[in-house]
Design a protein around this ligand. Structure first.
Ligand code: NAD
Length: 252
């Protein structure tokens, strides 16, 4: 295994989830020292850290509260000193019907945007500040096909928050390249994780794969491999792109 990410400290949010854990393992395999963020799953985070031989850090933070992301970044800097990359991967997918009571509707939109967008935007802000004064850095935002093509009637906040994340990624890419800061978004279609299993439990597998030309979901490893590739120092010009990983289900 080649290790192009040697000694890079990379903060991965939502690292105990399906995609997050795969990212951490891949980054570690390529020589990085992951900063493993988790919300509640301390046990899962500890297991993950031991699977990568203890070469990383564990940080707890609740991204559903406004101060969660700032708190997370501060702890990441305290732990690692210099951070080279940020992977905004934590996310939720809330279902809310159009005829839900107003209070429930508003609450679903607020919580979805808090975790999937505001926390990521706050982390981008602090990361850009750190990268600008420390020789640069890379941001990878895990968005979604849902943010590109519009989304299902019962989960509109998810698509809207991911669309905002895609736009933020492009703004960062256009604005801070001269400071050594680059940003890339990854937009998966369905990936086989707990989030996908929850969807399948309600709607069935056929509903998930019906419009995917290759007829199957991606594996978390595919996303992880791509994240590691984007972080390679040799990829100097990869900036502002949205990388689609959707089996051909949305082609631009
Ligand atoms: P997952 O449910 O397995 O993991 C989500 C992670 O986010 C978990 O570690 C969870 O603890 C963390 N998280 C959620 N709310 C949090 C909070 N308030 N505070 C701290 N952490 C919190 O889901 P996944 O499939 O691995 O999703 C990872 C990312 O990929 C998400 O941003 C998701 O939107 C995106 N994505 C997933 C799919 C898919 O099909 N699975 C498709 C496209 C995009």
């Amino acid at each position: 295994m080649i290790t192009p990410l040697e000694e890079q400290a990379i903060l991965v949010t939502g690292a105990t989830g399906g995609i997050g854990a795969a990212i951490v393992e891949r980054l570690a395999a390529e020589g990085a020292r992951p900063i493993i963020h988790y919300g509640r799953d301390r046990r899962g985070a500890e297991d993950l850290l031991s699977r990568i031989g203890g070469h990383g850090w564990l940080i707890e933070a609740d991204l559903s509260v406004p101060e969660g992301a700032v708190d997370l970044w501060r702890k990441a800097i305290e732990a690692a000193g210099r951070v080279h990359g940020l992977v905004n991967n934590a996310g939720i997918r809330t279902e809310i019907l159009i005829d839900a009571p107003a209070q429930e509707w508003r609450s679903a939109w607020q919580s979805e945007f808090q975790v999937n967008f505001f926390a990521a935007a706050d982390l981008c802000k602090d990361a850009i500040g750190h990268f600008r004064t420390n020789g640069g850095g890379r941001i990878i935002n895990i968005a979604s096909r849902a943010g590109q093509r519009g989304y299902a009637a019962d989960a509109m906040p998810y698509g809207a928050a991911k669309a905002a994340l895609l736009n933020l990624t492009k703004s960062i890419a256009r604005s801070f390249g001269a400071d050594g800061v680059v940003a890339v978004a990854i937009a998966p279609g369905w990936v086989r994780t707990k989030m996908a299993e929850d969807f399948i439990a309600t709607h069935g597998e056929a509903a998930a794969v019906a419009d995917i030309p290759i007829g199957k979901m991606a594996s978390p490893f595919e996303i992880a491999e791509l994240v590691a590739f984007v972080l390679r120092p040799s990829q100097a010009s990869l900036n502002g792109a949205t990388l689609d990983v959707n089996g051909g289900s949305y082609i631009r």
